[in-house]
Design a protein around this ligand. Structure first.
Ligand SMILES: Cc1ncc(COP(=O)(O)O)c(C=O)c1O
Length: 393
């Protein structure tokens, strides 16, 4: 780790930061330890900050464009980290991954069409899939021995002629799965058989723990690539979500044109000046920082697992294979969803996402953001321990 200090506790209050400054909106109070919305309490790689500072010093912040080097940095990152060879021409812009999901919905479906989602899943999947007259078809994940899996039989049964698209979350937030080649291949076969467009949200694909490997859905075969829209971003990876810059990779020219026409209609292709600089700096120079981050996060995972086993045996970590927003399985506490949420927010005073917000299968879980200094993780767990001790009396 050496050069990077992930143990530093940095006060983020009064920085317009959603996680620490806007808790009242979400939780009704602001005296909480923030372990919710998925950004990190760590500073971005110094190489990124330096590039931004230099650009700020120039002092003129007009309309922006994207250079060949910008696109090359994405191509090279994807090839290096994920062994997927893409062409710069396949890349399109989006201000965020969620807007990319919504643009895909507008480009490839019409009112009345169905879109598959696999709950429990990141809540904006539901709003994107049910927007403007589309409807959600749920294909819930199934839990086997503390690990979530896809239910392919249920998926096949649910697909009828109205279903046009599936939102894949890969790796999956919040169950922390890094889908295997076998799982993705099986999913791909079903999607091809039914002519579905796969929108693969791979925003968490750089946060992968030891022993697991992210496989881009579209890298499986040219057939699957020709039906897949892949969304990536440096936002989660390098903690630059506020810079609103994502990339959408679309190998098929017709699908790409349809996406581009929505992007142009919304007139948002130009993007954010600082996001443009930050993406390129992060992908070109951020890898050593990322490797150190992954070590630190894995340390947090191990710390939480040990702490729970020793002090809170009724709460279990759904051990993540990827992502820094794992589920805590709190069903052992025997509380209703509402009582569990009340315990965590109003007694423990730890702001976490209620599992129920992630839809079917989420109740009884809380999602904890572990991308924070270990001392704060310990503080959060201590608070939860004290609150749980009170209910058990
Ligand atoms: C699976 C997933 N997709 C998308 C996002 C957000 O993407 P963006 O901020 O780029 O819209 C998140 C943030 O937590 C996420 O977990």
């Amino acid at each position: 780790m050496g050069t990077y200090n992930f143990d530093a506790i940095i006060d983020r209050h009064h920085t317009s930061c959603e996680k620490w400054d806007f808790m009242t909106k979400k939780f009704g109070r602001d005296d909480l330890l923030a372990m919710w919305v998925a950004d990190m309490d760590f500073t971005a790689p110094p190489e990124v900050t330096e590039v931004l500072k230099n650009r700020v010093d120039h002092g003129i912040f007009g309309y922006t464009g994207k250079s060949d080097n910008y696109f090359r940095s994405i191509v090279e990152w994807v090839e290096k980290r994920h062994k997927w060879e893409i062409e710069a021409e396949w890349i399109r812009h989006s201000p965020g991954v969620v807007p990319a999901l919504s643009m895909a919905v507008l480009a490839f479906t019409k009112p009345g069409d169905g879109i598959i989602v696999q709950p429990p899943v990141y809540p904006p999947f539901f709003s994107a899939a049910s927007g403007r007259g589309r409807h959600i078809i749920e294909n819930p994940l199934v839990e086997r021995h503390g690990r979530f899996e896809m239910d392919f039989e249920d998926l096949e049964k649910k697909i009828d002629s109205s279903v046009k698209m599936i939102f894949l979350c890969s790796p999956h937030n919040p169950v922390g799965r890094v889908w295997t080649k076998e799982e993705l291949t099986k999913l791909g076969e079903i999607c091809l058989r039914h002519n579905l467009i796969v929108v693969s949200d791979e925003i968490h694909s750089d946060i992968i723990y030891k022993g697991f490997h992210h496989i881009p859905m579209a890298s499986l075969s040219p057939e699957i690539a020709s039906r897949t829209i892949t969304c990536i971003a440096p936002s989660k990876t390098f903690n630059i979500a506020g810079l609103s810059t994502s990339a959408v990779i679309i190998p098929d020219p017709q699908i790409r044109d349809a996406y581009t026409s929505v992007l142009n209609f919304l007139h948002i292709d130009g993007g954010n000046l600082f996001g443009t600089f930050a993406l390129e700096a992060a992908y070109r120079k951020g890898e050593p920082w990322l490797l150190a981050l992954l070590e630190y996060l894995e340390g947090n995972v191990n710390f939480i697992e040990k702490y729970l086993t020793e002090n809170l045996p009724d709460i279990k970590l759904v051990r993540p294979e990827g992502t820094y927003v794992p589920f805590l399985d709190c069903r052992g506490l025997g509380l209703s969803g509402e009582d569990l949420f009340n315990l965590m927010i109003n007694k423990a005073r730890v702001a976490m996402n209620n599992g129920a917000w992630f839809g079917t299968g989420g109740e009884g879980f809380m999602r904890m953001n572990i991308a924070t200094p270990r001392a704060l993780i310990k503080e959060g767990l201590d608070r939860i321990s004290r609150a749980v001790a009170c209910i058990e009396k």
